[in-house]
Write a protein that binds this ligand. Structure first.
Ligand code: SF4
Length: 373
């Protein structure tokens, strides 16, 4: 049996955040019932692939998977026979859960929860257009612990207009005080055609300062590592043993099937994704048609590129042996010049067994990735 990872996209949010252009809807909750029915159909249409696989992780992402009633999530999860030690994650936004809902998730078999806190500063949360405040986030995280979650992640964002380094450090210290096991620290990406982009264009908010953003990232690295978190990927930190296995699967090119509007899959040498428009996704499945609207075959050359740029995201780097076993070619025979350039510029380091990003390389990872594309 081959290992398989499952991603389930829940494209509903209570309110759209000011910077967000993800596939999610804040005005279509009336479609929730039909959406989950369509999701069931999509899973059923893929039964032949699911049944012959060992499901090692399931990830409910969004959108806000914690916004719909917990019964929908429980029913979707019940459709899969999971490996005994499977990691099952739900993304949750503070302000959409309470102790009861969190307890239902635990009873359903969800064993990891990832809170989209983004900041513990109330003024930042208002600018971000989030629905929660600091006290709500703290209460929800404490409730998750009481409900039995011992694998809790928090997303933090840096590089926001008007954000100060001091404010960001305060958020970091709240994360550590709460004793969570995993932290994802992302730089703000402002979506096109979002209220935040329009405020920036009109000069109503100051442009994001790259240097300040980088300083905040460095502050996160320093503070989290000093407090026992290991940086295992460019943006991810975990207590030992709490790295997100599902996401590591993406970075080592494990196969996964994505279900739901806009969900992506990588399976059997193909990357493909679903229709993003909710009504069309539902209609397609009501007609028992798979809602795929994009597909690309990943040949050997493409797969090698992906292996490099995804694998180098992890601080453990890329194994020279694994590369030759996987592709039947030597890493240096394919990328000798590129690796040498990056080592000479202090962005990569090699110990003879692995190549990995240096500290400087972590800061300028995109420069490295461009070399391998
Ligand atoms: S909660 Fe997440 S997905 Fe929903 S609008 Fe905000 S950033 Fe986008």
């Amino acid at each position: 049996m081959n290992d398989l990872r499952i991603y389930i996209h829940i494209p509903f949010c209570k309110q759209r955040c000011s910077y967000c252009d993800f596939v999610t809807y804040d005005d279509k909750s009336y479609l929730m019932h039909s959406y989950f029915k369509a999701l069931d159909t999509e899973i059923a249409l893929n039964r032949q692939y699911i049944e012959k696989s060992n499901i090692t992780s399931v990830f409910f992402g969004g959108g806000t998977p914690s916004y719909p009633d917990a019964k929908f999530i429980k029913a979707a999860l019940n459709k899969f026979d999971l490996a005994e030690d499977a990691e099952v994650t739900i993304e949750a936004n503070p302000g959409t859960v309470d102790f009861e809902k969190l307890s239902i998730y635990r009873e359903a078999g969800i064993n990891r929860i990832s809170f989209g806190v983004q900041s513990f500063e109330n003024d930042m949360l208002i600018i971000m257009g989030r629905i929660h405040d600091r006290s709500m986030a703290i209460r929800n995280i404490k409730d998750a612990k009481k409900a039995g979650f011992d694998n809790i992640s928090i997303d933090l964002m840096h590089g926001y207009p008007l954000q100060t380094e001091e404010g960001f450090r305060n958020s970091l210290s709240s994360v550590v005080d709460l004793g969570v096991t995993h932290v994802s620290c992302y730089s703000l990406k402002v979506g096109e055609d979002t209220p935040l982009q329009s405020m920036l264009d009109k000069g109503l908010l100051p442009e994001i300062d790259d240097e300040k953003d980088r300083n905040m990232y460095k502050a996160a690295q320093g503070y989290l590592q000093a407090n026992g978190y290991i940086q295992y990927e460019i943006a991810n930190f975990a207590r030992p043993g709490f790295q997100c296995r599902h996401n590591i699967g993406y970075w080592v090119l494990d196969e996964y099937l994505g279900f739901g509007a806009g969900a992506h899959s990588y399976y059997n040498g193909r990357r493909f994704s679903n229709i993003t428009v909710l009504g069309e996704y539902i209609r397609s499945l009501n007609e028992l048609k798979l809602p795929e609207d994009y597909s690309e075959t990943i040949d050997m050359e493409e797969s090698i590129k992906e292996f490099m740029i995804l694998g180098l995201r992890m601080t453990d780097g890329i194994s020279i042996n694994v590369f030759s076993q996987k592709f039947n070619r030597g890493l240096y025979s394919v990328y000798g010049n590129e690796i040498k350039d990056c080592i000479d510029s202090g962005l990569l380091i090699s110990n003879g067994e692995k190549i990995k990003l240096t500290q400087n390389g972590l800061d300028f990872a995109n420069k490295v990735f461009r070399k391998f594309i």
